[in-house]
Design a protein around this ligand. Structure first.
Ligand SMILES: CC(C)(COP(=O)(O)OP(=O)(O)OC[C@H]1O[C@@H](n2cnc3c(N)ncnc32)[C@H](O)[C@@H]1OP(=O)(O)O)[C@@H](O)C(=O)NCCC(=O)NCCS
Length: 185
């Protein structure tokens, strides 16, 4: 499948944002999550996330701009062996959140987070957790503005198989942040 490069239609105006549809990821979206090769190494991670989504363990959101394609994504893990991050009923873990560079700073990330929160409240979840790299000042400011608080540090170590099935290790010291989304618990 040939994937067209996503180009922000008109960087001077923000009319494009009104045309963005935030929806659940479908199987045919997966190649677009590779962003013209930048994230090809995460192919198996995304495929695995899609399988978990079919098992009801993950919720996968994308931002779809007609004619441009997928310009953003955010994944939610409902249950994990790390119960402090996702326990299947109260706290859910947010990860793989990214908006394509040309489409940032226009409110799309804020909108996607709002969609995530509304959905999790409907499912009766009370808290969102996430890890963000200590060096990622922009994202930390973004999450702070939207009500997340830093509650600790994480080593940020994890491993995955890349598109060539080679095991890759990541070590990215991170901050753990949480946001209460439903006080009725
Ligand atoms: C973090 C990220 C998802 C935010 O997405 P975004 O679409 O840029 O988010 P928003 O546009 O809603 O907010 C970004 C800034 O734009 C500003 N903004 C929002 N709407 C705006 C508008 N209409 N006009 C101008 N600026 C606007 C916001 O005030 C915000 O500033 P702040 O967060 O410093 O307070 C994005 O920067 C990203 O993909 N980063 C790379 C990947 C990453 O780091 N992900 C997080 C991993 S944990």
């Amino acid at each position: 499948m040939k994937i067209e490069k996503s180009v922000r239609p008109d960087s001077q105006s923000q009319i494009w944002i009104n045309n963005v549809i935030v929806r659940h990821l479908i199987f045919s979206d997966l190649p677009q999550l590779e962003w013209d090769g930048e994230y090809s190494h995460l192919r198996q991670v995304y495929l695995n996330a899609y399988k978990k989504r079919n098992e009801g363990k993950y919720i996968l959101w994308v931002a779809d701009l007609p004619k441009s394609g997928i310009i953003g994504q955010v994944f939610i893990q409902l249950n994990s062996t790390r119960k402090d991050l996702a326990d299947g009923y109260f706290c859910a873990y947010l990860f793989a959140f990214r908006i394509k560079a040309d489409f940032r700073n226009a409110g799309l990330g804020t909108r996607m987070l709002s969609v995530v929160e509304t959905d999790l409240v409907k499912r009766n979840y009370g808290e969102i957790t996430l890890n963000v790299a200590k060096t990622n000042d922009i994202a930390i400011r973004f999450y702070n503005r939207l009500g997340f608080e830093i509650i600790g540090s994480e080593s940020g170590e994890w491993s995955f198989r890349d598109q060539n099935n080679k095991l890759q290790h990541v070590k990215e010291p991170a901050l753990k942040m949480i946001k209460t989304i439903n006080n009725s618990h």
